[in-house]
Design a protein around this ligand. Sequence first.
Ligand code: UDP
Ligand code: MG
Length: 340
Amino acid sequence: MLALSARRARSISIVIPVYNEAQSLPQLYRRLEQVLGEMPELKREYLFVDDGSRDDSFTVLVGLRMCDPNVRILRFARNFGKEAAMAAGLQAASGDVAVLIDADLQHPPELIPAMLETWRNGIQIVTAVRRSRDTDSWIRRTWSRMFYKVTDAICDVAIPDGAGDFRLLDRAVVDAINALPERNRFLKGLMSWVGFSQETIAFDVAPRHAGVSAFSFVKLTRYALDGIVSFSMVPIRMWGMIGILAVALSALAGLFMLGEDLDGGSVPDYAPVMIWMTFLSGLVLMGVAAVGEYVGRVFIEVRQRPLFVVADRVGFSESAAQHNPVQDNDAVVHLGETAA
Ligand code: UDP
Ligand code: MG
């Protein structure tokens, strides 16, 4: 940790997913330049990932590139979604740290110095968390809250409410994320899954600079489902529980009915049929859950997440240098400089 707390970034990659943001891009670039211009010792690269925009975004980006060689552009052949764009950007990022930021200026670039400061203190994932959701519509706010409540209750990973994709990541984290082979990516969850030292910074989310959010109700719902399915077995296991409950309750009711019958009480004609149907449905649900248990395991296997993620290596200097040259050099070069 001493080595980590003493580090200083020499290069930063700003990763920006872009989908129909032609109107926001010039101002975004200006503000980023202003912020990073105050840290001239920091080598910077802007990685714009044009996610199949249908407006002039690409032309605007090429214009920026002509004036500034730090601008690099990846253009997707069609719209593949924000997760894919962020994945592509992180794979191309070469900096000691990477910052993920939206193109629509909802994420203020002015927060980056504070994020860097937190990183310098040894934190490897700095997440900017919005203070309020005032800029969202009522339906979106309610829907998001519900999603966070559900995931919090049933998922294996914690996703803080209000955590968007505005984050600063250490090189080690970028490498870990890039090494994940799963294709159905839910970055907010993966970020929490990989671990590392994490901290949040609060910020006020700005209204969209121009255009409209690309996320419709349907898209958001699909996105939420992605998150839940990737990190929870509850939807599979739930049916087994319901099945057991149905079997147990109908068995009890059956016994009760038998008792009534023997006592000479009156049992309605439909009662045995209903009880029998509930019992059988419960059995079927238990069968479905049993199959689900195996399918769930197949799912876990095919995702091929690594068994563990290593944050630091001590006493492995050679192999560490091989795996992670940037971080290792950093520790060596700057240890004497800033370690108090
Ligand atoms: N975006 C993208 N691909 C998409 C949708 C969005 O790359 O299919 C980008 C978009 O350009 C913006 C960021 O992802 O930089 C966030 O999108 P948006 O503002 O539409 O989402 P919201 O802020 O409403 O969550
Ligand atoms: Mg936005």
